[in-house]
Design a protein. Structure first.
Length: 310
C-alpha cells in the first residue's frame, strides 16, 4: 500500500515570507505520525495544505494514494480534521454538535444515529449528550471535537495540537483514543508541543522555520540527533547551577553543548560527558553550590528537541 501521506518539495510562501520550505516526508499507514515544532514553525500551514484548504506555492502532496490537488471532494470523505481551535458550537449540546457535523459529512439518518452512538461510547461521552458544549471541561470538549472529526470514519485524520491546555489525565485518555483509532487501521497525523506525547508516536518530524530538521522514530531521532550524552544534576540551587555552568561555558572554561533547567534538575549535554564530571563538580563547588546527585541518563526527546532547535 502507498503511504498515507507523501509530500514532495512542499512549499508555502506568504508574500516574501517562506512559511514552509520545500519539505519532503512520508507517513506510513496505520501509524501515529508526530509533527513537532515551535510556535510559527509551519505546522498548521502544512496541515492546511495537506487538507487542500490552502494551495501550496510549490510542490505536491499525495494523501491516501491520490493527489490532494483536484481530489478534494473524494478526500473530504476519507480524511478527518480537528483544527487547532477546534470548531465546536458552544451553544449547542454534545448531541447537536455531533448531528451538525454528521449532516455536514452527508451521513444519512440511520448511519448518523449509529455513528453518534459509537462516537459517544468511544469518547466516553455517554450520559453527557444533552450537556451544553460550553459547560464541558477542556478534556471533554477535546474528546467531543475528536468524535465529530471521525464521524464519517476517515482513513486518515489530522489533529492540530489537540491536547493543548488539557490536563495530564485527559491527555492520557485522549491518547488512548488515538491508539484505538490506530488499532482500527486509521492513520493519525498529530502536531504537539508535549514531548511525552511525541515519545508515543511511531514516527516523527521536527520542523523549524519551515524546514524539517529531523525525521524518524523517537528512538532513531535520539540516536542520530544528539551530539553527546546528558548529565542530570540535582543541586541545592538549580537556577544558580544553570547560571554558573553557562558562564563557565561562555568563558571557555568547559566545553559544554547545552545547559538547561529541567524542572528542579539541570541537564548538561556534551560529548564524553563522563570525563567532564570532575570539572563540573569543581565549578559548582567554587560557586558554593552543593551537588546532591549526578547521573548520566538517556536523552529524552525534549533534550534532543532543545539541542536541535538552536
Ligand atoms: N495567512 C497567512 N499570512 C501570512 N503569514 C502567515 C499566514 N498563515 C501563517 N503565517 C505565518 O507562517 C508561519 C507559520 O505559521 P503556522 O501557523 O503554520 O505555524 P505553527 O507551527 O502552526 O505555529 P503554532 O505552534 O503557534 O500553532 C508563521 O510565521 C505565521 O505567522
Ligand atoms: Mg499551529
Amino acid at each position: 500500500m502507498t503511504p498515507a501521506i507523501i509530500t514532495k518539495d512542499l512549499t508555502k510562501k506568504f508574500g516574501d515570507f517562506t512559511a514552509v520550505n520545500g519539505i519532503n516526508f512520508e507517513a506510513a499507514r496505520g501509524e501515529i505520525f508526530g509533527f513537532l515544532g515551535p510556535n510559527g514553525s509551519g505546522k498548521t500551514t502544512t496541515i492546511r495544505m495537506m487538507l487542500g484548504l490552502l494551495p501550496p506555492t510549490a510542490g505536491e502532496i499525495q494523501a491516501l494514494g491520490i493527489s490532494v490537488k483536484g481530489n478534494q471532494a473524494e478526500l473530504q470523505q476519507r480524511v478527518g480534521y480537528m483544527s487547532q481551535r477546534f470548531s465546536l458550537y458552544n451553544d449547542l449540546t454534545v448531541q447537536q454538535n455531533l448531528q451538525f457535523y454528521g449532516a455536514a459529512y452527508g451521513l444519512n439518518k440511520v448511519d448518523l444515529k449509529n455513528r453518534i452512538q459509537d462516537a459517544l461510547a468511544m469518547a466516553g461521552l455517554e450520559g453527557r449528550e444533552n450537556a451544553k458544549t460550553k459547560d464541558l471541561s477542556g478534556g471533554w470538549r477535546q474528546r467531543l471535537a475528536l468524535s465529530t472529526a471521525i464521524l464519517h470514519r476517515p482513513e486518515l485524520i489530522f489533529l492540530d495540537e489537540p491536547t493543548a491546555g488539557v490536563d495530564p489525565i485527559s491527555r492520557r485518555a485522549f491518547w488512548d483514543l488515538l491508539y484505538q483509532l490506530v488499532a482500527d487501521g486509521v492513520t493519525v497525523f498529530v502536531t504537539t508541543h508535549y514531548m511525552d506525547e511525541a515519545e508515543h508516536c511511531h514516527d516523527l518530524a521536527f520542523i523549524q522555520r519551515g524546514n524539517i530538521i529531523a525525521r524518524g522514530s523517537p528512538a532513531r531521532i535520539k540516536e542520530t540527533m544528539m551530539d553527546g550524552q546528558v548529565l542530570e544534576i540535582s543541586t541545592s540551587d538549580a537556577i544558580k547551577t544553570v547560571k554558573v555552568l553557562r558562564a563557565a561555558q561562555k568563558a571557555g572554561k568547559i566545553p559544554l553543548k547545552e545547559v538547561e533547567l529541567y524542572g528542579s534538575l539541570v541537564h548538561v549535554v556534551a560529548p564524553n560527558i563522563e570525563k567532564k564530571i570532575n570539572d563540573i563538580q569543581a565549578i559548582l563547588k567554587k560557586a558554593e553550590i552543593r551537588t546532591e546527585q549526578m547521573a548520566v541518563i538517556e536523552a529524552s526527546l525534549e533534550d534532543v528537541f532543545i539541542a536541535s532547535m538552536k
